[in-house]
Structures are given as structure tokens and as C-alpha cells.
Design a protein around this ligand. Structure first.
Ligand SMILES: [Fe+2]
Length: 388
């Protein structure tokens, strides 16, 4: 993995990706290029204290304020408060620094800033997102290697009153720049690192087998799977290993490129209610559900799973596609075990009595229609039971 600064853009995706150590320190070069001197940084409290963030010095005439109230699984209320802050400052660009929660909140705040109360009109699962005309430009800076939000038009917001997560999706929510600085990953707490890595792996695998996968999206997804196979264990075991962190950061980003095209599948559909109802972190929910979702999908995607085994470096020459596809599932279980990921819903505070409601919520997700194997409510109920 190259550890010098590079800038690139990918076919069909509008985000300029700048990667390498020190990428964040150059953020004002990019706010300047956008002609935006009033910067609102959107992050969580811990991220605001990272030296790389606290030491950001804006050259005149740039003014910077920090909105550091983003919580895990950001709520509609946080978006409204952040939007108000942006309007008070007269912000003309949002720099969202953090994991998926901060980047997703930053995107929604960029829209809310242009139209007070906009966020409350978007609690419409499955319906197209509408945005105000003047959404502020967004620069995304990930501090975990997970969601890929830095290169997607998606923002997952929790609507407090309805107790559900809704995936907002609009081209205006694509960041203009993604700054991938691997030094930001070295202080990520291990549990967050593991959850993020399992989220990225779930994106890559669900994208690879999606009914809407294309040649380019499959190539990105495969690249992500291979990078995760190479770097995930090392990144978790040795957080200071910049090469491993850069490898995971790239994996999460290219998986984001892949699923922007292909969307996801049954695992993400089933993960959302675990977070909305029981506050299970998104990556933890995916880590638990991924092997079960793969087992369900395997009969409908044997060749694809065999390719996944190859990308993970676990298939042997002469293996039948059936045997190789089984090895992909075993390899994912092993990776989860080696990195200490959660394995069961019962370990993370999910109430078994809620399985019926969760299954109904999961069936409403748009991801279900992209899953390679047709999904019925009974299948989801059975999978939740198995994963409990
Ligand atoms: Fe995800």
C-alpha cells in the first residue's frame, strides 16, 4: 500500500479521493478550492480531541467552528441541531470527521443547513429522498475503515419518534472530497476497528453477490475482500501498522464504491432493526449476521462465493465451486473469530421476543430486492433464531 499522498477519482463516482498520511492536514487546501471560507467541522466528542483534529490551523480568512455532538447512530434531532449551528455560523462547507455516524450526520446537516426542519420530512422508508436546492458541499474524513460513507450518497439517520433507521440516498449527499488519512485510524478503539472492518467486509460480500452488481462494482468488491483478507488481522493486532491501516481504509472505500452501484442484501436489511431497537452498533450487527446471511445465500451464488474464497486466499486449486463456496463462509467465520468480533445476538442485548417485529422491519428494507436469493418473512425469522 502506497504511503505517499495521492489523489484519484473513480469511474461513475463524483468524489475526489485523496489518500495518504497527512491528508487531513491539507483540508483547507480543499475548502479553499471550493471557495468556502466558513467551515463547520462535524464530529463526535472523542474525535474532536484527536491531535490531528485539535491542531488543525486554518489560514486566514477561513473560520472554523466545531459541532462535536454527533452520537453513534445519529438522530434526526442531532441533524436539526447541527443544521441550526451551520446556519448561525453561515457555514458554506461541512467537514465531517469520524466513523459512519459523523459522516452520515455531516451529509444530513449539509442539507438541513439549507432548509430548517428538512430532516423531519424524510422519515419515509423506501421512498426517494428529497433535498433542498442549496445543500452545502461536504468533505468527508473517515476515522474508521468501515462504512465507506466517504464515497457514497447515503446517510443513515435514526428517527427517534418512529424508532427506526432510514437510509437517505441522494446524489447531492455525495462528498466533494474524501480525505483518507491512515494516521487517524491508529487511535481508533479496537472494538470500533473490528466492527468497522466487519461492516466493510459485509459491504464487499453483499455487493459482490448482489443482483445489481456490474463488472466494475464486482471488481471493486473483490479488491476490498482481498485487501481485508490481507490487512484486517494486522490492523487489529497492531494499530500502529500504517500499511495495514491504509489497506483497510482503501478496502472500506472501494467497498463503498461497489455498493453505491449494486446496493446490499439480506445482512444489511436484518442489521438495521438490531441498531434501531437495541442500539447494537451497525458493524457489530453485521459481524453477527454475515455468516448466517452467507449460508442462506450460498445455494443461489455458488460461483460468486467460490470467487470470494479465492479473493480471501483460502481456496485451493482443484476445489469444486461448491467446496470453494463453503470455504468462503468458513474463512469469514475465522476472520470474525480471530479479530474478536461478536458472534450472537444474545451477546449484545437483543430481546428474543422482538424477533417478529425485527423481521417485519427487515422485510421493508430496499436491500431485500437486491439479495441473490429470494427472501420470505419466514426465512428472516429463521435466520434471526439461528443467530440468536
Ligand atoms: Fe454497512
Amino acid at each position: 500500500m502506497a504511503l505517499s499522498l495521492q489523489s484519484e477519482q473513480f469511474p461513475g463516482n463524483p468524489v475526489q479521493v485523496v489518500s495518504g498520511p497527512g491528508a487531513l492536514a491539507r483540508v483547507f487546501t480543499y475548502t479553499d478550492k471550493l471557495g468556502c471560507p466558513k467551515v463547520l467541522v462535524v464530529c463526535g466528542e472523542k474525535v474532536s480531541q484527536l491531535p490531528q483534529v485539535a491542531d488543525l490551523a486554518a489560514p486566514a480568512p477561513t473560520t472554523v467552528e466545531v459541532f462535536d455532538q454527533v452520537e453513534p447512530d445519529p438522530s434526526d434531532q442531532t441533524v436539526a441541531t447541527g443544521g441550526e449551528h451551520a446556519r448561525r455560523l453561515g457555514a458554506d462547507v461541512i467537514v465531517a470527521i469520524g466513523g459512519g455516524s459523523s459522516m452520515d450526520a455531516g451529509k444530513a446537516i449539509a442539507a438541513e443547513a439549507a432548509q430548517p426542519g428538512w430532516i423531519f420530512s424524510q422519515d419515509r422508508p423506501g421512498e426517494p429522498t428529497t433535498v433542498p436546492e442549496a445543500v452545502l458541499p461536504i468533505i468527508a474524513v473517515p476515522t474508521t475503515a468501515g462504512t465507506g460513507s466517504e464515497v457514497t450518497p447515503f446517510s443513515v439517520i435514526t428517527f427517534t419518534e418512529a424508532q427506526r433507521k432510514v437510509v437517505l440516498n441522494h446524489d447531492a449527499l455525495y462528498p466533494r472530497y474524501a480525505l483518507l488519512d491512515p494516521t487517524l485510524l491508529t487511535s481508533t478503539p479496537p472494538a470500533a476497528q473490528v466492527a468497522a472492518g466487519m461492516d466493510a467486509l459485509t459491504h464487499a460480500i453483499e455487493s459482490y453477490v448482489s443482483k445489481e452488481a456490474t463488472g466494475p462494482s464486482r471488481a471493486w468488491a473483490r479488491d476490498a475482500i482481498s485487501l481485508i483478507g490481507q490487512h484486517f488481522r494486522a490492523a487489529v493486532q497492531s494499530p500502529e501498522n500504517l500499511e495495514a491501516q491504509a489497506g483497510m481504509q482503501r478496502a472500506a472505500m472501494v467497498a463503498g464504491l461497489a455498493f453505491s452501484v449494486s446496493r446490499l442484501g439480506i445482512v444489511h436489511a436484518m442489521a438495521l432493526p438490531l441498531s434501531a431497537l437495541f442500539g447494537v452498533p451497525h458493524g457489530v450487527a453485521n459481524a453477527i449476521l454475515l455468516p448466517f446471511g452467507m449460508e442462506f445465500n450460498q445455494p443461489a451464488a455458488v460461483a460468486e462465493f467460490a470467487n470470494i474464497a479465492q479473493a480471501l486466499g483460502v481456496s485451493k486449486e482443484g476445489d469444486t465451486p461448491g467446496a470453494a463456496s463453503e470455504q468462503a463462509i468458513a474463512a469469514v467465520r475465522e476472520l470474525a473469530e480471530d479479530t474478536g468480533a461478536a458472534r450472537r445476538m444474545s451477546e449484545v442485548g437483543v430481546d428474543k421476543d422482538a424477533i417478529g417485529r425485527m423481521a417485519e422491519d427487515a422485510m421493508k428494507s430496499a436491500h431485500i430486492s437486491r439479495n441473490p436469493r429470494t427472501v420470505a418473512l419466514a426465512d428472516i425469522l429463521a435466520l434471526y433464531e439461528c443467530a440468536y
